[in-house]
Design a protein around this ligand. Structure first.
Ligand code: FES
Length: 141
């Protein structure tokens, strides 16, 4: 504006200080929410009923997104379970294609039958969870 003096340096610094905390909140929200917006970022630490064992066919894998677990049925009576919290930056994995788990955050891929990394940036395999069948139900964690 013509005739308006430029803001004093102190005024500019105060304005910048007021903005910084807001920017900090943005970073916090981004780092804790993940791209799926979910808040559950852990696999079960206690035995958790995942449902009927026959929902996972021999040779198939099933992703339980609410529990952050993937179960693969290796044979009639052998199951493997892994946490689906990505080992790169802890995003919950929400996509399973065949036996391939795909992280929505940065694209890491894992093998659902053994937890191994198929594609970086993750380098650490998924955590294996204890799993058993009890009364016809898969119990993992
Ligand atoms: S958090 Fe999964 S690839 Fe980064």
């Amino acid at each position: 504006m013509p005739g308006t003096p430029p803001p004093a340096r102190r005024t500019v610094l105060r304005a910048a200080a007021a903005v910084v905390p807001v920017a900090g909140l943005g970073i916090t929200a981004c780092s804790s929410g993940g791209s799926d917006g979910g808040s559950n970022r852990s696999a079960p630490t206690a035995p958790t009923d995942l449902g009927a064992s026959d929902e996972v066919k021999v040779g198939a894998s099933k992703l339980y997104t609410d529990e952050n677990v993937v179960v693969s049925r290796i044979s009639d009576d052998e199951y493997k379970a892994f946490s689906t919290i990505c080992t790169h930056a802890k995003c919950p994995i929400n996509k399973l294609e065949g036996h391939k788990l795909i992280c929505p955050c940065h694209g890491s891929q894992f093998d659902a039958t053994n937890g191994k990394v198929l594609h970086d940036p993750a380098v650490t395999p998924l955590a294996e969870l204890p799993v058993k069948v009890e009364d016809g139900k898969i119990v993992a964690g």
